[in-house]
Every structure is written in structure tokens, then in C-alpha cells.
Design a protein around this ligand. Structure first.
Ligand SMILES: [Fe+2]
Length: 307
């Protein structure tokens, strides 16, 4: 009973104490506050921070300070830059952050600190530091810079255990360490497009060539490097496919694995006995069977300042 009376009594007291004008002012302020709160809750998300053409050129120039022009790291980073838009859009990630990270993710692979294996296994961390320095220098916001830098730190894959080979996946096994998992949408997209590039026919050639030429790997027949060895290029394709994170990349990965498998299964190792012959076979296969259309076509390399 007392409770029921309390509100009307309080309202009557307030009416008596406050003038009509004051009550009107309070009502106006409250109404304004409600409208503002509604706007904050319902407004569309602001468009993400972008890269201007000049900023793209500066990031690309930073990459070219660290890697050989026309070399594998330059071309791979450029491909990822061009793969980024549809995968980032489908995953709700900021395309521009992914593109900045794509250009710089492997930038320290050639001239980073440490002996070759250490340099390779820490290029995510070293690349993250470089990304932070480059993006801060050109004036990107802290959020943009941090997101891109963390994506670079978290791009090291494929990681974990491959149950179909009963063996650890490439990066975990080779480096014998744990790597941080991609956390943001941008990091997931960078990781995925990096894995997709590894899964292509050219990715297979790259891994096989590394295994054939790099003194850190034991001598083995080309066939073992390509498809039958415990750490073959084909195993890297399977490793990569198993770890894809975003839906669009998963479906593209399935198409790519199929396309690459036909190439690998069709190789006649009685004829294809060395890396140049493998490269020739890959080029001929790609003319006859172009890459699945889920991977954007990469424009030809020019000497210009744009990626
Ligand atoms: Fe990398």
C-alpha cells in the first residue's frame, strides 16, 4: 500500500517543487538523451580506415627495401595483396588492413635477424615489428596498425597435427614451436590467403624446389619432394587445407586441392627428373587447366610504384 502511494506522492512533490519551465527542460534533455542513445545503437558501422594510393605505394616500397624484386617473396606478397579483397569482404574484414599485412607479412624472410632457420621461424614476429614501424611512420591509426601487425605475427602456418599423415604440420614440425593462432577477422583472412597460395601448383613447385635445393633438407628424389615423401609438397597442400579458417577460403581450398592433385598425380617422374622439368610441367598444366576462378587473377608485374 505504502509502495503504491510512494510514486504518485513523489510526482506530486516534484510538480510542486519544480516550475513548469524546469519540468519541460528536464523532459527535453531526457528526450534528447534517448534519441542520442538510439542513434548510437542503431547507426551503421562506420566505414573502416582505408589506404590511400600514396600509402599503398609507401608500404610496397617498404617491402621492396627488404626482398629481392621479382624474387619468390616479392611475388608471393604481391599475389596475396591481390587475393585479399573478395576473401576479406566475405569474412567482414577490413580489406585495407589485410592488404597492408599481405604486403609486409614475409618482408623479413630475407634480411631478418638470426641464422637462416631462426630467421625463417621468427619472421612472423619480426614482420609484426616491421609492420608496426612502417604503418606508424605513414600515419595509420593505432587500431589499423595493431590489427595489421598482429595479423602478421599470427600468419605462421600450417600448424598443429595432421592426423591423416600422423605427423605435425609443416611449420610446427620444421620450427618445433607453437605459434599464436589468428585472432581477428583480418588475421584469419591473411592466414587463409597465405595457405591458398601454398596450395596452388606454383606452391607445390616452390616447396619441392626448396626441398631439392636447400642444404637443410636431406637429398631425396624429386618424386619424394613433390608427392610421396613424409614432408612432400603435397603434404603441405593437405596441411594447409586442413587449417583454413574462413568459409570462402575453405570452399576455394577444396577447388584448389583438387586442381593441384590432378597435376601432382599426372606427373611422370621418369621424364620429370629435376626442378626445371617440374617448372615446365607446371607451366604446361596451367595453360591447359587454369587455376580455379575463386582465386583473383593477379595483374602482371610492372616496374611501377603500385603493387
Ligand atoms: Fe610467412
Amino acid at each position: 500500500m505504502m509502495r503504491k502511494l510512494a510514486l504518485p506522492v513523489l510526482a506530486a512533490v516534484a510538480r510542486a517543487l519544480l516550475s513548469r519551465r524546469t519540468r519541460r527542460a528536464i523532459a527535453l534533455v531526457m528526450g534528447g538523451l534517448l534519441v542520442a542513445l538510439g542513434y548510437v545503437a542503431l547507426r551503421p558501422a562506420p566505414p573502416g580506415e582505408k589506404l590511400t594510393p600514396k600509402e599503398r605505394e609507401r608500404i610496397y616500397a617498404a617491402l621492396l627495401k627488404h626482398v629481392e624484386r621479382g624474387g619468390p617473396n616479392h611475388l608471393h606478397s604481391r599475389r596475396l595483396y591481390h587475393y585479399a579483397p573478395p576473401f576479406a569482404e566475405a569474412a567482414g574484414a577490413n580489406v585495407h588492413v589485410v592488404q597492408a599485412a599481405a604486403l609486409l607479412h614475409d618482408a623479413t624472410k630475407e634480411d631478418g635477424k638470426g641464422e637462416p632457420k631462426e630467421k625463417f621461424c621468427t619472421h612472423g614476429e619480426q614482420g609484426a615489428d616491421l609492420t608496426k614501424a612502417v604503418l606508424s611512420e605513414i600515419g595509420k591509426s593505432e587500431t589499423f596498425t595493431e590489427t595489421a601487425s598482429e595479423a602478421v605475427r599470427e600468419h605462421m602456418g600450417p600448424c598443429g597435427f595432421n592426423w591423416s599423415y600422423l605427423s605435425r604440420r609443416f611449420m610446427s614440425k620444421f620450427c618445433d614451436r607453437r605459434f599464436p593462432k589468428p585472432s581477428s577477422a583480418e588475421a584469419k583472412v591473411l592466414y587463409d590467403i597465405d595457405m591458398l597460395d601454398l596450395m596452388t601448383v606454383d606452391g607445390v613447385v616452390k616447396v619441392a624446389e626448396l626441398r631439392q635445393k636447400n642444404p637443410e633438407f636431406e637429398k631425396e628424389p624429386l618424386e619424394a619432394s613433390v608427392r610421396s615423401g613424409p614432408d612432400s609438397a603435397w603434404k603441405s597442400v593437405v596441411d594447409a587445407k586442413q587449417t583454413l579458417l574462413t568459409e570462402k577460403a575453405k570452399s576455394c581450398g577444396a577447388a584448389l586441392a583438387e586442381h593441384t592433385k590432378i597435376f601432382v598425380d599426372g606427373l611422370d617422374f621418369a621424364k620429370v627428373t629435376d626442378v626445371p622439368a617440374l617448372k615446365q610441367a607446371a607451366a604446361a598444366y596451367l595453360v591447359a587447366s587454369p587455376l580455379p576462378s575463386c582465386l583473383p587473377v593477379v595483374p602482371p608485374l610492372t616496374d611501377g610504384p603500385s603493387p
